[in-house]
Design a binder for this molecule. Structure first.
Ligand code: GLN
Length: 485
């Protein structure tokens, strides 16, 4: 039995039965991290002493309880971890050590999970390639000349290259699903409000959501069961019971309807992605689904709406990094020059671009024309989905319009980069849950992911259908196993 191959459930059960210890699990993962992370650079911070202490204390505990007992989980570095440096991929927080942990981290630890390390991201989660990290880019484990996607690139790579069995990412406009697709792993963005955002470094508060990434749908469902639920510390978290996703996932779904959009609306997407999309639709029919053409007439405005709303919210959220309260502080004679210097040296190019854009959209006299108008179009997009979900149970779309691109290919052209979020942004705007699962390999052995979007709080059914789909796919891991395990 190779530890790296075990699913979360298998890991937990082996530990419970005393077949392996938590320390053995860490030893095994550490070996691969030491071997591969020098090149792939998925992690920003790993505190081995702390990791071993945690594993040891779990081994010493008599009661072997917890859904994630002994399971290493990699955490995106914009999610606070008490006592462990949390940078958000930014110079401005390079030395920030949080005094408390995010609710999701507390929940993971309560179930026996081990925070193995903090993963790289685009600065403040702004980007689609992890090239905007202030520290270093992360590389795609399928082809190291290519980007792993972003912004949760480190979390996707850690899972794909067997450096962690699972991870957490955050998704404001695709940051879990797009890197999951580029790296050939499963990534899930829950309904807005399903998971507490307390302790997530805010980017765009009306869109941000934390979610799991793993190598299979069941593992994703286990983590979702652990991290979901109402949290009095996040007033936007939803007060309703959380179904045990990992148990429900095995229940049958007999017949279902899934929505697809017309070919005209897929114009411009990569040929191989198109082919994989069609194959997935066939498979959805094979497993019992009925295909229905739906209309989402306002979908085409999503990118514009998103880049007004997200940048506006970001400009306001990032106002707190002023050199006085947090992070980098460049001492100056006047208060104004302290602000100016700390912010201009602390933030990178993309973050500054977004602060400028967002500040402009929110400025007096323009607010209605930009933020106001964008909010109205957001409502139209939500209405489109609401109407569609009266007819169908799911909507299937590609996760991204293209295969993983080369490092540097889009980094000088922000508009090109923004366009890669075409299919991932709409669920964030409509607050809907959506999963990305790997379905095939395109040219150069590059993975392709497909997205299943569900109705509000219908995570259970997305997971069920994704689980079924996964069982019917010839799987991609043999190649990754050969390279990394
Ligand atoms: N790529 C998108 C952006 O750059 C989404 C990022 C995210 O989901 N955090 O804003």
């Amino acid at each position: 039995m190779r530890i790296g191959e075990l699913s979360l459930k298998e890991l937990r059960n082996s530990i419970k039965k005393g077949e392996i210890r938590c320390i053995d699990v860490i030893d095994d993962y550490k070996k691969r991290i030491e071997k591969f992370d020098k090149e792939l650079k998925a992690f920003v911070t790993i505190d081995w002493e702390r990791v071993y202490q945690r594993a040891k204390s779990l081994d010493e505990e008599k009661s072997k309880e917890g859904l994630l007992l002994g399971c290493p989980i990699a955490i995106k570095d914009n999610i606070l971890t008490k006592g462990i440096r949390t940078t958000a991929g930014s110079k401005i927080l390079e030395n920030y050590i949080p005094p408390y942990s995010a609710t999701v981290v507390e929940k993971i630890e309560k179930e026996g999970g081990i925070v193995i390390g903090k993963t790289n991201l685009d600065e403040f989660a702004m980007g689609s390639s992890t090239e905007n990290s202030a520290f270093f880019p992360t590389l795609n484990p399928w082809d190291t000349k290519r980007v792993p996607g972003g912004s949760s690139g480190g979390s996707a790579v850690a899972v794909a290259s067997f450096m962690s069995p699972a991870s957490l990412g955050s998704d404001t406009g695709g940051s879990i699903r797009q890197p999951a697709s580029f790296c050939g792993v499963v990534g899930f963005k829950p309904t807005y409000g399903r998971v507490s955002r307390y302790g997530l470094i805010a980017f765009a508060s009306s869109l941000d959501q934390i979610g799991p990434m793993a190598r299979n749908v069941e593992d994703v469902s286990i983590i979702l069961s652990v991290i979901s639920g109402y949290d009095p510390k996040d007033s936007t978290s939803f007060k309703s019971l959380v179904p045990p996703y990992h148990e429900k996932i095995k229940e049958k779904i007999d017949s279902f309807k899934f929505g697809v959009i017309k070919d005209e609306e897929l114009e411009g997407i990569d040929e191989e992605v198109y082919k994989a999309y069609k194959e997935t639709l066939n498979l959805m029919e094979k497993i019992g689904g009925r295909k229905v053409y739906i209309e989402l007439p306002h979908l085409k405005y999503s990118i514009y709406v998103y880049y007004i709303l997200a940048t506006s919210e970001a400009s306001s959220n990032l106002a707190r990094y002023d050199g006085v309260r947090y992070g980098l502080r460049l001492e100056k004679e006047t208060l104004l020059s302290l602000y100016q210097d700390s912010r201009s040296k602390g933030f990178g190019k993309e973050v500054k671009r977004r602060i400028l854009l967002g500040t402009f959209s929110l400025s007096a006299g323009y607010y209605r024309a930009f933020y106001g108008k964008a909010s109205m179009v957001r409502q139209l997009i939500k209405n489109d989905f609401e109407k569609a979900f009266k007819e169908v149970d799911f909507i299937v779309l590609p996760t991204t319009p293209e295969l993983p691109f080369l490092l540097g290919e889009k980094s000088e052209d922000p508009i090109k980069m923004y366009l890669s979020d075409l299919f991932t942004i709409p669920p964030n705007l409509a607050m809907l849950p959506a999963i990305s699962i790997p379905v095939s390999l395109g040219k150069g052995s590059l993975p392709i992911g497909m997205q299943i979007i569900g109705n509000l709080f219908d995570e259970v059914n997305i997971l069920k259908v994704a689980n079924l789909l996964e069982k019917n796919l010839s799987f991609l891991y043999n190649e990754l196993k050969r390279r990394y395990l």
